[in-house]
Design a protein around this ligand. Sequence first.
Ligand SMILES: [Zn+2]
Length: 355
Amino acid sequence: MEAKRGIALLAAAFIVSPLALGLGIILLIAASDDDDGGGGGDFELSAGTLRVGPGYVPAKYAALIEKAAAACDQGLPAGILAAQIQAESNFNPKAQSKDPKTGRPIADGIAQFIPGTWASSGIDGNGDGKKDVWDPEDAIPSQGKMMCELLKTAKKHPEYNGSPIELALAGYNAGWGRVQEYKGVPPVSFAAGQTYNYVKFIMAAQAKLTAPDTAGEPEMSGEWTKPVNASLGTPYHQSGGMWSSGYHTGIDFAAGIGTPIRAAGPGKVVSASRVAAYGRQVIIRHADGIYTQYAHMSELKVSTGDTVKGGQTIGLSGADGNVSGPHLHFEVRTGPDYGTDISPLPYLRKKGVNI
Ligand SMILES: [Zn+2]
């Protein structure tokens, strides 16, 4: 409880985040064609290596950002942190925003920390004995830690509207209290759409700042498709005590035993294994750095390291693992591991799948 309250308080300091104020106009344009009520998650997420160079992530900050993301055990993509920094300071460690009326400084440094927030949550990232908001080696790890804590909190609220990463971004921008108030990403009507558009902007920008993760791999081809020819069952984010997270981290298809399971899209099999909860499962990494997972199969038709085409049969449906009956459990993830899930249907639809 103590930690949670601490997060809420420090995040609340971002209610008047100058980065949101400054971004308002750009964001409204960027999101003008999309008004689905917030947290739709319909952007292509990427979780590969950062795209480095002019117009992207400056080389001197890329390692710091990737390290800050890797330090988070919640599946926080480096591209999210990079997109935040780009939006907040455009990678300028000397950036300072000021109140246009009083001229008083509001937020400082590459990650645009408000002084009160920095005092409570800034860390000495480089271990030089002082925490300095103007030093990216301190500010970027501090930003990563804040986002990581918000992401962890967000995952405890599967009933909220938005994926955990979107909720964390909204919490960073508007304060977690606002996310609680609206039970999700605050709508366009909140703060002239600043938080709503901030989330949309970051989700879109992070994909641009993430390098396609295909270097050194064979050409991957094939169309995107439904992973199985069966109707939808339990939806994403349904709450329930049978799941260790307290909610459903994927979607279920009501497929009988022996139904062919297909790779949703082209990619590389990073895991074909048998684990307690998921039974026989396959995890595929796609070229955009996103992963798909297929669980509870009765038989696997691929091995770790295989390259697969979209629609290729990877196994047969079953009831292996922690299940009450045969079905395919399907997840879309920003990383290979449990806990990095995003909403599957918007992702598949973005790929052109009619589902
Ligand atoms: Zn399931």
